[in-house]
Write a protein that binds this ligand. Structure first.
Ligand code: SF4
Length: 468
C-alpha cells in the first residue's frame, strides 16, 4: 500500500523530472566535479587499495563501537568536556536547549551538521525563542529560503545565482549582486557580526578520534572553526558512527573525503577540537559539550547484513553519480540523507514501511557502490531493503506469474512462435499506446516503446548462415 511519504516522493519526483531548467542546473553544478575527482584519485598511488584501507578502518570502528565510544568519551571528559549520550533526536535537542538556557544564550551560530538536520535541531531551538544562524554559506542560503539542504555536501547546488541574489535582496536587504564573489561578500558581511554576537556555537563532526578524544571537522570556509572558537559555550553534535580508532586514521580518511566529496586534495580548513580552553590557553570556549547521538543507529548496528552502511563518511559521492538523483533532485526524497546512502539508511532510521519506496527508486546500476570511498555495497543494500520490505507480504498473483513465465521460457516451440506474434501485434500496440484503454499504459506512457524487430536474433543468425 502506498504511504503518504511514497506519494509525496512520486509527485515531487515526477514534477522535477519534467523540469528541464532544474535538471540543467544540477548538471551544471556537477559539471566540473567528475574531472576534479578523477584528477585527485589519480594522485593516490593506488585508489582501490586506499578504499580497502578506509573500509577496514571504519569496519574496525563500527564493529567495536562499544569500546571506542567509551574510550573517546573518557578522553574528552578528562579535559573537562561534558559528554551527553542521547538515545534519540528529542533527547539531543532537549539537552542542547538546556545548555543554551543554562548559559543564558539568546544567539547561536551554527556550522554544518547533517546530524543536526536529521533531528531538525535549528527549528527546535528557534521554537524556544533562540536565534540560530547557519554559518556555512550553502546552509545559510537554504535557511534564508526556509528549505532543507538539497545535497549532503552542496546544500544549495540547485539554486541559480539569480535566485540567491533574490533571496539576499529580500531577506538581507542587500544591493543587487551579479557575481559569486559579490554574493559571498554579502553573506560574509552579514555573518561576521553574528559570530561576534553569538553566545553559543554549535557544530557537527566529520570524525571522532577514540585514541585521543578529538573531534575532527573538515570544511572549506573556515566558518566551523569560527563557530567553535569564538563563542564561550560550544556544543558538538554527532552520530555515534563517526568514531575512528586512531588519530593516524585521519591521514587517510581526510584526503579521501576531500577527493570524493569535492575533488580536492584536502579541504581548506581541518580542525581538531580536544575540549574547552585549558589553563594557560588564551582562546577557545570555556564550556564544551559533546552530544553522542544514537537515533536508531544501533538498530542498524544490530543488522549484521547491512551494518556497513554505518561506515559512511558523508562525502556525497554516491549522490553525484546517481542517475536518479540527477533527475529527481535532492528535495524529492523528503529525507535528510538523499539517495543512494539515504535510501539505504533512512528505512532503518525512520521506519522501513514508511520509507521502503526509496529503495525502489534506483536503477541498481552499481555506480554508487563503485564510487564509494569506504566500499559500502550500496546497491545490494537497496535490494536487501526491497526484500525486507515485502517479506511475508507477497501478493497472491506473483507466484503463478513467475511459474507461468518459467514454464513458457522452457517451451522452445512456443517461444519461437512469440516473435512472429509480436510482429503481428506491433501496429496495434503502438496504435493504442498510452490511451485510456491501453492495459499497459502505466508502463508505456512514460517509456520509449521500440518497434518489434523485423527478425529475431535467432532468425537473423539462421539467415546469415543460410546465405553464406
Ligand atoms: S555511502 Fe559512500 S559514497 Fe555515499 S556518502 Fe557515504 S561514504 Fe560517500
Amino acid at each position: 500500500m502506498s504511504t503518504p511519504e511514497a506519494r509525496q516522493f512520486h509527485q515531487d519526483a515526477e514534477r522535477l523530472t519534467h523540469d528541464l531548467g532544474h535538471r540543467s542546473l544540477i548538471q551544471k553544478a556537477l559539471g566540473g566535479y567528475y574531472k576534479k575527482r578523477d584528477e585527485q584519485r589519480d594522485k593516490f598511488s593506488d585508489w582501490q587499495a586506499a578504499r580497502s584501507a578506509a573500509s577496514a578502518i571504519k569496519f574496525e570502528a563500527v564493529n567495536h563501537l562499544d569500546k571506542y565510544l567509551v574510550e573517546f568519551a573518557e578522553k574528552l571528559e578528562a579535559r573537562g568536556t561534558k559528554v551527553f549520550w542521547a538515545s534519540n533526536g528529542a533527547e539531543a535537542s532537549e539537552y542542547i536547549a538546556s545548555v543554551a538556557a543554562n548559559a543564558k544564550a539568546r544567539k547561536i551560530i551554527k556550522s554544518k551538521t547533517m546530524t543536526g538536520e536529521e533531528i531538525h535541531l535549528g527549528p527546535a531551538l528557534e521554537k524556544r525563542g533562540l536565534e540560530v544562524v547557519e554559518s556555512d554559506l550553502g546552509e545559510f542560503i537554504v535557511q534564508l529560503r526556509e528549505e532543507a539542504p538539497y545535497h549532503i555536501v552542496f546544500p544549495s547546488m540547485h539554486l541559480s545565482r539569480g535566485q540567491i541574489n533574490e533571496v539576499f535582496q529580500k531577506k538581507l536587504h542587500s544591493p543587487r549582486a551579479d557575481t559569486p564573489e559579490e554574493l559571498t561578500m554579502i553573506a560574509r558581511d552579514h555573518m561576521r557580526l553574528k559570530y561576534c554576537e553569538a553566545d553559543m556555537g554549535i557544530s557537527g563532526a566529520n570524525f571522532a578520534v577514540a585514541e585521543t578524544g578529538h573531534i575532527s571537522i573538515t570544511e572549506n570556509e573556515g566558518n566551523a572553526r569560527l563557530s567553535t572558537a569564538l563563542p564561550k559555550v560550544v556544543v558538538t553534535l554527532l552520530g555515534i558512527e563517526k568514531i575512528v580508532p586512531k588519530l593516524e586514521d585521519l591521514a587517510l580518511l581526510l584526503p579521501m573525503l576531500a577527493t570524493s566529496g569535492a575533488g580536492q586534495a584536502m579541504t581548506g580548513y581541518n580542525t581538531l577540537i580536544g575540549g574547552p580552553r585549558q589553563p594557560g590557553e588564551s582562546d577557545g570556549p570555556t564550556e564544551y559539550h559533546v552530544v553522542l547521538m544514537d537515533n536508531n543507529r544501533t538498530t542498524l548496528l544490530a543488522n549484521a547484513e547491512q551494518r556497513d552502511a554505518l561506515h559512511c563518511i558523508r562525502c556525497g559521492a554516491c549522490l553525484n553519480v546517481c542517475p536518479i538523483f540527477k533527475n529527481v533532485g535532492g528535495h524529492s526524497y523528503g529525507t535528510t540523507y538523499q539517495c543512494p546512502i539515504g535510501s539505504v539508511i533512512t528505512p532503518h532510521l525512520r521506519g522501513l514501511q514508511s520509507w521502503k519506496h526509496l529503495s525502489f527508486a534506483s536503477s541498481l546500476c552499481g555506480a554508487s557502490t563503485e564510487t564509494c570511498p569506504v566500499k559500502i555495497d550500496l546497491h545490494h543494500h537497496l535490494l536487501q531493503n526491497r526484500r525486507n520490505a515485502i517479506a511475508g507480504k507477497r501478493v497472491w498473483w506473483e507466484k503463478p506469474i513467475f511459474q507461468g513465465f518459467a514454464w513458457f521460457m522452457n517451451q522452445p516451440a512456443l517461444y519461437r512462435l512469440a516473435a512472429p506474434m509480436l510482429r503481428l501485434a506491433d501496429p496495434v500496440i503502438h496504435a493504442i499506446r498510452g490511451k485510456a484503454f491501453d492495459p499497459a499504459r502505466l508502463w508505456t506512457g512514460t517509456r520509449d516503446l521500440p518497434r518489434a524487430p523485423k527478425q529475431s536474433f535467432k532468425e537473423y543468425w539462421k539467415n546469415r548462415h543460410a546465405s553464406r
